[in-house]
Design a protein around this ligand. Structure first.
Ligand code: SF4
Length: 703
């Protein structure tokens, strides 16, 4: 029997689909797509449709705090007071001995905005260090730098509603058919209704998205900047640019023009491994379109030249003047449900809340004043990979990991394991006992999961939604904000007594007042009764703001958008050689999500792609005497993986693909793609180079 029906938002990807939750007796729920929700209009993908299994099956849940008194002891069950008192004692002692920069927090794009806000207030305001970073660093930090440098702030200018208004899409380094399925469904429907709509896909793999596109540019991995510059050059040569927009609303066009002219289209085609005619065709489609949207995700961002790729792509929107008008704009897709909320509250080691800049002393003073602390340190904190390097080297002594599984998801995971073993104190705050990171914990804190706590999230299009508590958390699991606030009080900090999540939200809203992400006119009551809103929601825009920059006034000092010129057009990854002649690229499969701690427990989600396999081109497989289903050994400078082969033309010759989801607890430590990946990062965004690793592959033979 249904006890209660209530609306919420899907906890997987950044599309942010609306759900109707039907609560049944015994704390069980059913999930349906919300037909009135502006994002999904009732539709759900396979992951969203099966979310109720994740909530109803509590067999994998962490139920009570556990602690070990030394590394040689097993974890013992303790009560919350003992657990948090010990955490505070250890953190105080380490900070006293080694200073505040000897501790760090590593959080997640799955945290709710209130959780992200409190964690940042605690670390940056009160612990006195900026050592707080997030797993969102792994997926979109290059896009953050791209937006900031182009528009003046990290601001996604577009709304999903623009999809139905556009007639040209450049989908690059993204496979929304698998990773943002409902967004892709809207695109499919738009194309079905308007056959003239043109879709260009850029991807080294023939993904489902690429197969659906009108034109697939199957480039050599890492050559994206050359390709976008070549498209830019062709647009210039054909006069398919918006001169008025360039002259009146941008800076730096002259230098851009000089740079793109340095490489001929013919040379570019050769370097990218793409037919010259296809580059011309792509440019001509973009150039004559009335509404041009570019969409991208990890394929661009997860690169050692990720910010340069973002610059080169964003420049295409600027030369065509396709920003701030219906059906146009550059649109980075977020992989996690609240990666955007994290960005808003400054949830990265180099950011401050409400888009304030950590390197700006006035901004630091304003935030310190708001929180009632003397100062915020001006020293940028460790980013995701830096944090684990610092644990490895001993500079960082303690790490508190919330809602993420770095022992599977970070590059070069064997180094991460070594770092965690080397740490003096590791706290893991999570919901599931399937996280490989738990093996390294000195203190395990059971957290409440989705539907078991209240808060807000922001999706890829800046849409804020309220997520109510619907069911009770199992065992002694508690909401993350309660855990963090109790810890803060045990540390002796004032300013962490909140009655509920709403009070935290109100504090954050007050902080946004007068900024470009002002949501001071959006309270919990409006979110609960009126639905979702796109920021800013302020005194001038009560109903939110679907599209930014319609007045062509950008957030830069000159109010003009900036052409940023990539510092290099070539990739800086370690290139293949005779020892490691293949390029490995990693990514997602349709029905799994992240490290599978949630999707991995839903049996029907395992049927589409039951075990990890390596995709290899049949010509390469033939040369290596690898047949379909053969177990292959893949090696890089960092480690090895053993998986079965899948022979497919979907990957280029010389390129292989591995999915990134599988870890030790769910399968085997020989299935982890991140045994192979390099710990290299983009110098500006500090985002890892997951999409390009030089590897060797051969048929596995027992020795
Ligand atoms: Fe959830 Fe994303 Fe699927 Fe929507 S598209 S149901 S948000 S996983």
């Amino acid at each position: 029997m249904i006890e209660k029906t209530i609306k919420s938002t899907c906890s997987y990807c950044g599309v942010g689909c609306g759900l109707i939750i039907k609560k049944e007796a015994k704390n069980k729920v059913m999930v349906e797509g919300d037909p009135d929700h502006p994002v999904n209009r009732g539709m759900l993908c396979s992951k969203g449709r099966n979310l109720h299994y994740v909530v109803n099956d509590t067999s994998d849940r962490l139920l009570y705090p556990q602690m070990r008194w030394s590394r040689s002891h097993p974890l013992d069950r303790v009560d919350w007071d003992t657990a948090l008192t010990r955490a505070a004692q250890v953190f105080k002692s380490i900070i006293k001995q080694h200073g505040p920069d000897s501790v760090g927090f590593y959080v997640s794009g799955q945290c709710l905005t209130e959780e992200y806000y409190i964690a940042n207030k605690l670390v940056k305001g009160f612990l006195g260090t900026n050592n707080i970073d997030t797993n969102s660093r792994l997926c979109m930090s290059s896009a953050v730098v791209g937006y900031k440098k182009t528009f003046g702030e990290d601001s996604v200018p577009i709304a999903y509603a623009d999809i139905e208004l556009a007639d040209c899409f450049l989908i690059t380094g993204a496979n929304p058919a698998y990773c943002h399925p409902i967004l892709f469904r809207r695109l499919e429907q738009h194309k079905e209704n308007n056959p003239d709509v043109q879709i260009i896909a850029v991807d080294p793999r023939r993904t489902d998205t690429a197969a659906f596109a009108d034109l697939h540019l199957q480039l050599i991995p890492g050559t994206d900047i050359i390709l976008y510059n070549a498209i830019g050059r062709r647009l210039l040569e054909q006069g398919l640019v918006d001169k008025d927009f360039i002259d009146n609303h941008t800076e730096g066009f002259g230098y851009y023009k000089e740079q793109v002219k340095k490489l001929s289209l013919k040379e570019a085609a050769k370097l990218c491994g793409v037919p010259l005619a296809d580059i011309k065709k792509a440019a001509d489609i973009i150039g004559v379109s009335k509404g041009f949207i570019s969409m991208w995700a990890m394929g661009l961002n997860q690169s050692v030249v990720g910010t340069n790729k973002n610059f080169a792509l964003l420049n295409l929107s600027l030369i065509t003047g396709q920003v701030g008008k219906p059906g146009s704009g550059p649109f980075s897709l977020t992989g996690q449900p609240n990666a955007m909320g994290g960005r808003e509250v400054g949830g990265m080691a180099n950011l401050l809340a409400v888009h304030k800049d950590l390197m700006n002393p006035d901004h630091r003073r304003e935030v310190a004043q708001f929180w009632g602390v003397n100062e915020i340190s001006g020293k940028p904190g460790y980013t995701a990979t830096e944090m684990f390097e610092a644990l490895d080297s001993g500079k960082l002594k303690a790490v508190w990991i919330i809602c993420t599984n770095p022992a599977v998801s970070l590059p070069d995971v064997r180094r991460v394991e070594k770092a965690l073993k080397n740490a003096k104190f590791v706290v893991v705050q999570d919901i599931s006992n399937k996280s490989d990171t738990l093996d390294f914990a000195d203190l395990v804190l059971p957290a409440a999961g989705w539907l078991e706590k209240e808060g807000t999230m922001t999706n890829s299009e800046r849409r804020i939604s309220h997520l109510p508590q619907v069911v009770d958390a199992p065992g002694e699991a508690r909401p993350d904000v309660e855990i963090l606030c109790d810890f803060a009080q045990k540390m002796g900090f004032r300013g962490f007594k909140y009655f509920n999540a709403e009070e935290i939200y109100q504090e954050y809203c007050a902080m946004t007042k007068g900024t470009n992400i002002d949501i001071s006119f959006l309270n919990y009551d409006r979110l609960k009764t009126e639905g979702t809103f796109q920021w800013p929601v302020n005194e001038y825009r009560h109903t939110g703001t679907p599209r930014l920059f319609e007045d062509k006034k950008f957030y830069t000092p000159s109010q003009k958008a900036i052409f940023n010129i990539p510092s290099t057009i070539t990739n800086r990854s370690i290139q293949p050689d005779t020892n490691y002649p293949f390029i490995l690229t990693t990514g997602r499969v349709r029905d799994q999500w992240h490290t599978m701690t949630k999707t991995g427990k839903v049996s029907r989600l395992k049927t589409h792609y039951p075990t990890p396999v390596v995709e290899i081109n049949p010509a390469d497989a033939f040369a290596l005497k690898i047949r379909e289903g053969d177990v292959c050994e893949i090696t890089s400078e960092n480690g090895n993986v053993r998986v079965k082969a899948n022979l497919t033309d979907n990957v280029r010759k010389g390129v292989i693909f591995l999915p990134m989801h599988w870890g030790k607890k769910l399968d085997s430590d020989l299935n982890r793609s991140n045994n192979l990946t390099q710990n290299m990062v983009d110098p500006q965004s500090k985002e890892p180079d997951f999409k390009f690793t030089a590897v060797h592959i051969e048929k596995y033979r027992k020795r």
